[in-house]
Design a binder for this molecule. Structure first.
Ligand SMILES: Nc1ncnc2c1ncn2[C@@H]1O[C@H](COP(=O)(O)OP(=O)(O)OP(=O)(O)O)[C@@H](O)[C@H]1O
Ligand code: SF4
Ligand SMILES: [Mg+2]
Length: 333
């Protein structure tokens, strides 16, 4: 593991739960989330669509729209301070400065109405004591750093004048230029073609020394292998496994993680074969009592339908929420 990771985690999340109330009723989108991210650590957050990855990421920086959302409980300690106790103006200072977010859709972070240079400079002036001219030069330097050709001219462009890949690079420059302690990247390349995706991940790798830790949300286990040291797997609102990248790929512990890895396309006799996990994710309005994975799990037994499995400690930093692991594990955590 990276030497920069110190004992004290950069981020420690305890029992974080988020609900939404809609016309159809109330449901829990993130249920009792506990996680830690060390200093300098890159963590991948994976799981099928709708399992609560984005909701968890938004809750960390208190960006859950309320209503319809509500952070029901939990603490989010960032550098030892519980963000849940900070007021709105303190949160604005933390966001974009100490914690940056990179979204799937660049136009959710960039205003279509203002030139790129102005937007970058405004972000710098908000968080740094800088003369405007220095901020302009610094922003232009960052556009060059993220591989934007003719950076000086691009500063005068509106976002719509750039390709999707270039917009994404501008958003990455905006997210990284303040050298945040934590970057949360939520499917940062999903809207892009495969070649541009690879370029953007290469860029994030190269930029790693410009930020501290990374929480990368993705569907792509290949990207997790390339980018992350640790993996957190979510299923139907809960964390079901957390382990080092090596452990997850070599000996996944939770039946869902095993299924997820088997679902990765493999080359078989020259053809791509995709093994889906049988069954469907339950609706959040109908999460069953007990283990949420029970309807799709080939090993489910009575207890799984009655009790919620806690995360059991499987050793070597691997934890998984499955009763099958109880005997082998040293206890729940
Ligand atoms: N603003 C909202 N209002 C109502 N429900 C919401 C809202 N945002 C998210 N949800 C619901 O919360 C659940 C978790 O959503 P979330 O966006 O976190 O999923 P996800 O794991 O990020 O999925 P994906 O991989 O598709 O991005 C889903 O059922 C989703 O429909
Ligand atoms: S707790 Fe039961 S249903 Fe859930 S994953 Fe383990 S065996 Fe399957
Ligand atoms: Mg999402």
């Amino acid at each position: 593991m990276n030497e920069r990771i110190k004992e004290e985690p950069l981020l420690a999340v305890n029992n974080l739960s988020v609900s939404f109330t809609t016309d159809e009723g109330r449901f829990t989108a993130a249920d009792d989330i506990c996680m830690k991210i060390g200093r300098g650590e890159s963590v991948g957050l994976v799981g099928e669509s709708g399992c609560g990855k984005s909701v968890t990421a938004l809750a960390l920086t208190r960006l859950i729209p309320s209503p319809p959302g509500c952070i029901e409980s939990g603490q989010v300690y960032f550098e030892g301070v519980d963000l849940m106790t900070r007021d709105a103006s303190e949160m604005r200072k933390i966001r974009g400065n100490a914690i940056s977010m990179i979204f799937q859709e660049p136009l959710s972070a960039l205003s279509p109405l203002h030139r790129i240079g102005r937007q970058l400079v405004e972000a710098l002036l908000l968080h740094r004591r800088m003369a405007k001219r220095d901020a302009w030069q610094y922003a232009e330097k960052w556009l060059r750093k993220v591989g934007i050709p003719d950076a000086a001219e691009r500063m005068y462009n509106y976002p719509y004048q750039l390709s999707g890949g270039m917009q994404q690079r501008v958003m990455i420059a905006m997210a990284l230029m303040l050298e945040p302690a934590l970057v949360i990247a939520d499917e940062p390349t999903t809207a892009l073609d495969v070649t541009t995706q690879a370029q953007i991940f290469g860029l994030l790798q190269d930029m790693k020394h410009n930020f501290g830790s990374l929480l990368l949300i993705t569907h792509d286990m290949g990207v997790v292998w390339e980018m992350c040291e640790r993996v957190i797997v979510m299923y139907a609102s809960r964390i079901v496994e957390s382990a080092s990248r090596e452990a997850v790929f070599a000996h996944p512990a939770h039946p869902y993680t095993i299924g997820l890895l088997q679902a990765i396309p493999r080359l078989s006799r020259g053809r791509k074969r995709l093994n889906d996990i049988p069954g469907q994710v339950p609706s959040p309005f109908d999460y069953p009592r007990g283990c949420h994975f029970q309807a799709r799990c080939p090993h489910a037994f009575d207890r799984c339908r009655r009790e919620t499995p806690p995360l059991f400690d499987c050793g070597g930093g691997q934890k998984a929420a499955c009763f099958l692991l109880e005997e082998k594990a040293g206890g729940d955590c």
